[in-house]
Design a protein around this ligand. Structure first.
Ligand SMILES: *[C@@H]1O[C@H](CO)[C@@H](O)[C@H](O)[C@H]1NC(C)=O
Ligand SMILES: *[C@@H]1O[C@H](CO)[C@@H](O)[C@H](O)[C@H]1NC(C)=O
Ligand SMILES: *[C@@H]1O[C@H](CO)[C@@H](O)[C@H](O)[C@H]1NC(C)=O
Ligand SMILES: *[C@@H]1O[C@H](CO)[C@@H](O)[C@H](O)[C@H]1NC(C)=O
Ligand SMILES: *[C@@H]1O[C@H](CO)[C@@H](O)[C@H](O)[C@H]1NC(C)=O
Ligand SMILES: *[C@@H]1O[C@H](CO)[C@@H](O)[C@H](O)[C@H]1NC(C)=O
Ligand SMILES: *[C@@H]1O[C@H](CO)[C@@H](O)[C@H](O)[C@H]1NC(C)=O
Length: 851
């Protein structure tokens, strides 16, 4: 009876509307209905148990309200006869009632099973029936499926916007999205979470290369978590401005530098994705493709601009960077040293140069031997860093005789230092001055030298009055050129010499002098036929004059004419010897001249050629045979009256009027048959030629002639001689026989002789007067030369000209023949017919033979 009641109630309940918002039905009376609420979460396809009280109720009904609807639909009920599963249950999975309970078990939970389950349970208890409502809210959850990453651009260009989406199939919200970024940095993988939230989208608004890498998203909900596979994002970028590395690394202000002949590696790197392609340019022309450009033996000509071009083929973008590379090279050879005088030759400048290298080599001076040297730089020096020149001030310079200065040069492109050295010397001794002239004395050169110094000495000339036109200083030697005539005779020209190693300037001086000529006598006389020497002496002169030149009396230059002239000269004199002086040809003024560049000089020497005086007349007063045998004759003669005072070799140094006597004889050779009309038949006596017997000294008045033929008839005569000049011959005399008795005989003979002599003389004179051209005379006084001689007169007293340099001697020089004997008289035939009453011309050639 109870059951029908419950069923009725149940149906009532079932039919009565239930408000959804009223979860619990309240029964106000005691013993009221009890309401239980439960929330159950199930996972799709999994199993879930929906409980309806701890014990099995007597009656229960499971209802199901689909979300979004308000109708309860019965799923299972059990009124005591076992559970009855309704058709609806099929849509809610494999639903079953757990035995001995009212709980439902659902396997393989479908999503549609979600909703409100209501279990109305009746329990019969001793205290009456109890009524329970169990509300079970079942939520069916879906696990997240494996997500996937979607990139809006898998190779974005740097700077663009990239959207990453985490794609997900199923999954019950709320879902958490976590973004992970994975990248490789040098053998390491770094994974980091870069974003998380409930959004499946990740937006990178300004993508850069650091965004390159793998992206994955992790999703999770109440059920599970899943993670996606990695998706790669490859950011395309670059190339950046390249970076250039130079090896070896040698930086200078202008860029990089390298040493010649070295190996240089140029490396270029420009960040880029995809990697850059590189091209190298040298001075704008392409030289190499690739990032590393190796230059094996770099040369100075390789200096220039090197540019690296990086190219991104994908983006077709490029970037370029250039560097300047300077190739250093050493200078050629070694440094060149010089030591120059500076500051008016009071100081030394050490100069060292080694041109040509790049960069300029470094040079420095040391004093002394290489390696052992001490620095030159120090007190007393001034250093010009720019030119590597060191100036040694005077005090130091003067102490530098025979000092070695070495300049060391080094250069980065050379392994070893190079050097040069110089040794300084003071010039030895003193400066030397001398003068010389050019040809024709056109210019006069004053030379001044002072060699041997290192550096060279400075020389300059000071003329008279300190002038000379401010001759500038010259080194080692200085020549002052004076035009002819501009030199000042007798004035000093001074050459000054200055050398840095010597404290006080030195000097030498020249005094120029025009030549001065002197002679011992300005008038010289000589007797005819003699040799005479004219002297010309060179006194002061500087520079040395030309050779002295003699001009003869015809104004012709005297060259070495053999026989006539003889020239003897030395540097300072020239003697002209006029030989065999001839009165007509050689008298007159002779000149000697000379000149130098300062001036000229000439002097005249007058030569007087003197004739010897006519010897006096002589009388042969005695010619007597010594015996009757007529073998020899004694001859005696004397000067005619008045003549004796003139000569006789005495005269106190005066020239004697005669030097000797010539004794001659001849003999009769026959009688001409001719008869002269109106005269006695005497016939014409024919004589031999006159034959010289002897030439006596001037004092002699006697002579004995022997070796006569007794049968011959002889004639004797005597002539006074004066060198080349002969006097009138005496009258001939035929010797007489001696008397028998001595005294009367002698007296008689003397008287007789005198008478006979007088008669004979008269006869001969008459004969001579009548026969002036007779052979007799010619035989005696034959002329050798064609030149006729005038009467020989006594020479005038020589005129001694006013005192010349030799004026001390007032005595004129007369050159005499050197020897008077032997004398040969050579009778020759007549050559000049005598006329009128003129005196007889007589010439005796006196030949002097060399002593
Ligand atoms: C989502 O769930 C339904 C049923 O629960 C299933 O049929 C489907 O395959 C799931 N989809 C994915 C992507 O897991
Ligand atoms: C990339 O990362 C490096 C190191 O983390 C950083 O120095 C650099 O600035 C970043 N580049 C950009 C474009 O953000
Ligand atoms: C390259 O350029 C440098 C600098 O302008 C120049 O000195 C050099 O001579 C050039 N070299 C050649 C080979 O043209
Ligand atoms: C060099 O000499 C000249 C002329 O003698 C002079 O005027 C000048 O002052 C001198 N200079 C020095 C530095 O001695
Ligand atoms: C300079 O040195 C040389 C060589 O040692 C020497 O002969 C000369 O006398 C020296 N001169 C002076 C002025 O000291
Ligand atoms: C030349 O004359 C000079 C001066 O009279 C004299 O001293 C010198 O000895 C002469 N020379 C010769 C070679 O005769
Ligand atoms: C010397 O003799 C010559 C001729 O016999 C005569 O003419 C002359 O007058 C004489 N001289 C003197 C000084 O007697």
């Amino acid at each position: 009876m109870v059951v029908p009641l419950i069923v009725l109630t149940l149906f009532c309940l079932l039919l009565s509307p239930i408000s959804t918002d009223a979860d619990v039905v309240r029964i106000l009376n005691p013993g009221e209905v009890v309401y239980n609420d439960a929330q159950v979460y199930g996972v799709v396809n999994m199993a879930v148990i929906l409980e309806c009280g701890p014990t099995l109720p007597d009656v229960y009904i499971w209802g199901f309200t689909k979300p979004g609807t308000d109708t309860i639909k019965a799923v299972v009920y059990n009124f005591g006869n076992g559970p009855r599963v309704q058709a609806l249950a099929a849509t809610l999975g494999s639903l079953a009632v757990i035995s001995n309970s009212a709980s439902l078990s659902i396997d393989r939970l479908p999503r549609a099973a979600q909703g409100l389950y209501t279990c109305q349970a009746f329990y019969e208890t001793p205290r009456g029936p109890k009524f329970h409502y169990y509300y079970v809210r079942l939520t069916v959850r879906v696990p997240v499926s494996k997500p996937y990453v979607l990139l809006s651009d898998a190779s974005p260009v740097e700077g663009s916007v990239v959207v990453l989406r985490c794609g997900l199939g199923n999954g019950t919200s709320p879902i958490l999205y976590v973004w992970q970024h994975e990248r490789h940095i040098i053998n390491r993988t770094i994974t980091e979470t870069i974003a998380q939230g409930n959004s499946s989208m990740l937006i990178i608004s300004n993508v850069n290369r650091n965004h390159t890498g793998w992206y994955r998203c992790l999703v999770s909900n109440a059920v599970n978590a899943e993670r996606s596979d990695r998706a790669l994002m490859d950011v395309v970028y670059g190339p950046d401005i390249p970076h250039i590395d130079v090896e070896p690394y040698l930086v200078t202000e202008g860029g990089y530098s390298a040493l010649e002949r070295g190996t240089v590696l140029l490396r270029c790197e420009a960040l880029s994705n995809p990697p850059s392609e590189y091209t190298w340019y040298y001075n704008n022309s392409q030289v190499y493709g690739g990032s590393s450009f190796l230059i094996n033996k770099i040369l100075r000509t390789h200096t220039g601009k090197y540019a690296c071009l990086a190219h991104n083929t994908q983006l077709d973008t490029s970037s370029i960077k250039s560097i300047n590379l300077t190739v250093y090279y050493p200078p050629d050879g070694s440094p060149a040293c010089s030591v120059e005088p500076v500051l008016n030759h009071s100081s030394l400048s050490l100069q060292c140069s080694w041109p040509g290298g790049l960069p300029a080599p470094s040079l420095h001076w040391t004093r002394g031997l290489l390696g052992l040297g001490q620095e030159v730089a120090g007190p007393g020096q001034e250093i010009d860093k720019l030119s590597n020149n060191i100036t040694l001030l005077p005090a130091v310079a003067r102490a530098s005789n025979n000092t070695l200065f070495t300049c060391l040069g080094s250069h980065p492109a050379r392994n070893h230092t190079a050097y040069c050295s110089m040794r300084t010397y003071s010039p030895p001794a003193e400066p030397v001055c001398f003068a010389y002239a050019t040809r024709n004395n056109q210019y006069l050169m004053l030379s001044c030298t002072w060699n041997g110094g290192v550096p060279r000495a400075l020389l300059w000339w000071d003329g008279p009055m300190g002038g000379s036109g401010g001759q500038p200083g010259e080194e080692n030697s200085n020549i002052l050129v004076l035009r002819h005539g501009s030199a000042q005779s007798g004035q000093a020209y001074t050459c000054h010499a200055q050398h840095p190693l010597i404290a006080q300037p030195k000097s030498c001086r020249l005094t120029l002098e025009a030549p001065v000529l002197v002679t011992q006598r300005s008038v010289v006389s000589v007797y005819e036929g003699g040799d005479v020497q004219l002297t010309c002496i060179l006194r002061a002169n500087y520079p040395p004059a030309n050779q002295i030149t003699w001009f003869n009396n015809h104004r012709q230059q005297v060259l070495e004419v053999p026989k006539k002239y003889q020239l003897q000269r030395a540097a300072a004199w020239a003697n002209l010897t006029v030989r065999e002086a001839d009165g007509a040809q050689d008298s007159g003024q002779y000149w000697c001249t000379t000149s130098n560049a300062v001036g000229g000089a000439e002097i005249a020497v007058t030569l007087l050629v003197l004739r010897y005086p006519m010897p006096p007349n002589v009388t042969l007063h005695k010619a007597i045979y010594s015996s009757r045998q007529r073998g020899e004759v004694e001859l005696g003669w004397r000067l005619e009256a008045g003549a004796e005072t003139n000569g006789d070799g005495g005269g106190g140094g005066q020239t004697p009027a005669f030097t000797g006597f010539l004794l001659e004889y001849r003999w009769r050779t026959g009688r001409s048959a001719k008869r002269k009309r109106g005269k006695e038949d005497k016939g014409f006596l024919i004589f031999s030629e006159w034959r010289a017997s002897v030439v006596t000294e001037a004092e002699v008045r006697r002579h004995v002639q022997d070796s006569l033929a007794p049968t011959n008839t002889y004639q004797f005569r005597v002539t006074a001689l004066n060198h080349r000049t002969a006097g009138h011959p005496s009258a001939e005399r035929t010797p007489a026989d001696p008397p028998f008795s001595a005294y009367p005989a002698v007296i008689g003979a003397a008287i007789g002789g005198m008478i006979i002599a007088a008669i004979a003389t008269m006869l001969i004179l008459l004969f001579l007067i009548r026969n002036r051209n007779s052979r007799l005379r010619d035989m005696l006084f034959g002329m050798q030369h064609s030149q006729s001689r005038e009467n020989i007169n006594f020479p005038d007293d020589e005129v001694v000209e006013g005192a010349d340099e030799f004026g001390s001697s007032p005595v004129p020089a007369i050159s005499l023949p050197r020897a008077a004997s032997p004398i040969q008289t050579t009778p020759t035939t007549s050559q000049a017919p005598p006329t009128g009453d003129e005196p007889v011309n007589v010439t005796i050639t006196v030949k002097a033979t060399g002593s």
